[in-house]
Design a protein around this ligand. Structure first.
Ligand code: GLN
Length: 261
């Protein structure tokens, strides 16, 4: 009897100690965001895609809608991250090769990309538009016959130009980034280029480029934050949860307003 009491007492003591240790090991097990403390996500982005991400030459920092949305979501969801502004094509490659955890770069959510990327919910809608020299007579794709059109590598604008090139009788030249593509049109190397509508309008205005947009916006679709297919599901869910929160608390609207929306 005495022994049994002793055993019960020892067992209880061990159980209590074990539960204390378990509690100590997971201080905030109730808070899902806390589970991610310590990991620093690498986010790849474009480097010249105003107003979504572009270098502020006064501070030498990358700013823009994507940069601000990511910062607000990371703060809301309590995760650490670092952005690498490597350019659009490089950003997609970094995610596919595992050098980066995710990409935010005004990236259009498409069915084809869903074969290799997991996307967040959409956070901004945009399509492509034709951009021509300010003094050009070109009014739409019907006027591109016999000319050479500039596009940016790996973009929806490039896909669209290639898909209609034969039908409208033009050639396509691919450039590495948006600024070199614009320069090729301004200098007359190319007759026109396809660019995301908000980016074309913002860049023309903010940099006083000798360009104008013509015709209709095509393929309007949402932009999404993306990770390699099957990887970083927790990061995509945090992005979605944070996006919903910043939409609900007004931060999302404040960010868009800051960039003129
Ligand atoms: N929205 C376009 C795309 O996803 C262009 C993105 C970009 O140039 N950063 O292809």
């Amino acid at each position: 009897m005495k022994n049994l009491k002793k055993i019960v007492a020892i067992v209880l003591a061990v159980l209590m100690a074990a539960s204390l240790i378990a509690c100590g090991a997971k201080p905030e097990a109730e808070d899902p965001a806390a589970a991610n403390t310590g990991k620093k996500y690498i986010i790849a982005s474009d480097n010249a895609f105003a107003p979504f991400e572009y270098l502020d030459t006064e501070t030498n920092e990358y700013v823009g809608i994507d940069m601000d949305i990511l910062a607000a979501i990371a703060e809301d969801q309590k995760f650490d991250y670092e952005v690498q502004n490597v350019g659009f094509d490089a950003a997609l490659n970094q995610v596919q090769s595992g050098q980066a955890d995710a990409v935010i770069a005004g990236m259009t959510i498409t069915d084809e990309r869903k074969l290799t990327f997991d996307f967040s919910d959409g956070y901004f809608d945009a399509g492509q538009i034709l951009v021509v020299p300010a003094d050009s007579d070109i009014q739409g794709v019907e006027d591109l016959k016999g000319t050479n059109v500039a596009v940016k590598i790996s973009t929806q604008g490039a896909d669209y130009a290639q898909s209609i090139a034969a039908e409208y009788g033009f050639e396509v030249t691919t450039y590495e980034d948006s600024p070199t593509m614009y320069q090729a049109v301004i200098q007359g190397t190319n007759s026109a280029c396809f660019e995301d509508d908000p980016v074309a309008r913002y860049s023309i205005q903010s940099q006083s480029l000798a360009l104008k947009v013509v015709g209709d916006v095509v393929n309007a679709k949402p932009y999404g934050f993306a990770a390699k297919l099957g990887e970083n599901a927790e990061l995509i869910s945090m992005f979605n949860a944070g996006l919903a929160n910043i939409k609900a608390n007004g931060v999302y609207d404040q960010i868009l307003e800051k960039y003129g929306y």
